[in-house]
Design a binder for this molecule. Structure first.
Ligand SMILES: Nc1ncnc2c1ncn2[C@@H]1O[C@H](COP(=O)(O)OP(=O)(O)OP(=O)(O)O)[C@@H](O)[C@H]1O
Ligand SMILES: [Mg+2]
Length: 303
């Protein structure tokens, strides 16, 4: 087997035993020994209650953890099929910057605030194309137009400012920015939570199509099991910083093993609206440990 074949054989991303804690209280783990992997062309969905560590896990892959936090253990092995496996946690800031936006891109949890209001959307889509691919002038304008087209926005809107677009259009601009350099891995942190269901369905379809067309791996964070059912290949369930269950979509949705996964699934509204807004049943937790999760019931009730 050639080295390229070996490189292709190992997954695109392997998160191994990742732990994150506040610098001030390093023993209070916010993410505790989290491990999962993502293959090219596949989507891994991370689900779990508010505060369970989903965003921190995603941010640590990108090397974007807040300075108040520390990655206390673990590896993030990234295999681009060319350079062999690299542990992103060990890369120099400069090397990580080259990967970020180019080979790994992220759609942030609050996209509405991630766009710069004083720059046109075309300019913002173009930034990473200039930085990473050196595109300028006509070539750059053509690429921006084709990206806007890909996400269903007329190319003429390149000269618009973010506040001249609807919420759904701004979300599409974020997607265009994230896929501009054709990343191998796309991390999407609840990218559709703020959108109405019709737009949400369109965006999910778009991301799923792009994943297939570009053979990207996708890490998709969501509260919504309906979304999981739509787009996941694999599912990771987090609870209080730990993975309580993981497996293929079929395994986790059809044969959940952990009481928390079962409780989450029991709250998914069915077609008749049965279960709608039913709080999660934390009966499986010892009584003295329930209060923290009870506080999250309102966000869980969105399921
Ligand atoms: N900079 C920080 N300093 C201290 N604690 C933090 C910091 N950032 C996040 N946390 C804590 O880490 C935990 C995990 O946060 P994280 O943002 O990963 O949650 P999440 O699963 O993404 O939740 P949500 O579904 O609400 O987005 C939370 O308890 C949060 O309060
Ligand atoms: Mg989050």
């Amino acid at each position: 087997m050639s080295s390229t074949e070996i490189n292709q054989a190992s997954p695109l991303l392997q998160v191994q035993q990742l732990s994150i804690a506040p610098k001030k209280t390093p023993t209070r783990l916010l993410v505790n020994q989290v491990s999962f992997s993502i293959a090219r062309g596949k989507t891994t969905c991370v689900v779990g209650e508010s505060g369970s560590g989903k965003s921190l896990t995603a941010l640590s892959i990108m090397g974007l953890l807040s300075k108040q936090l520390v990655l206390s253990a673990g590896k993030v092995l990234f295999n681009d099929g060319l350079s062999g496996e690299q542990d992103l946690t060990q890369l120099a800031a400069e090397d990580l910057r080259k990967i970020r936006g180019a080979k790994i891109a992220m759609i942030f949890q609050e996209p509405m605030t991630s766009l710069n209001p004083v720059l046109t959307v075309g300019y913002q889509i173009g930034e990473s194309l200039t930085t990473h691919l050196g595109l300028r002038g006509e070539q750059l304008a053509a690429k921006i137009a084709s990206l806007l087209d890909m996400v269903g926005i007329p190319a003429s809107r390149a000269n618009s400012y973010p506040d001249e677009l609807s919420g759904g259009q701004r979300q599409r601009v974020m997607i265009a920015m994230s896929i501009a350099c054709e990343p191998l891995l796309l991390i999407a942190d609840e990218p559709t939570t703020a959108l109405d269901v019709t737009v949400q369905a369109q965006i999910l379809k778009l991301l799923d199509e792009l994943k297939t067309r570009m053979n990207m791996g996708m890490l998709f964070i969501t509260h919504d099991f309906g979304v999981v059912a739509d787009i996941a290949d694999d599912v990771v369930v987090m609870f209080r910083g730990e993975i309580v269950e993981s497996g293929t979509k079929q395994q986790v949705l059809n044969h959940p093993q952990h009481p928390y996964t079962k409780a989450l699934l029991a709250c998914v509204p069915d077609v008749e609206g049965k279960n709608a807004l039913k709080p999660i049943d934390y009966a499986w937790l010892p009584e003295n440990q329930r209060s923290q999760s009870q506080a999250n019931i309102m966000s869980e009730a969105r399921l």
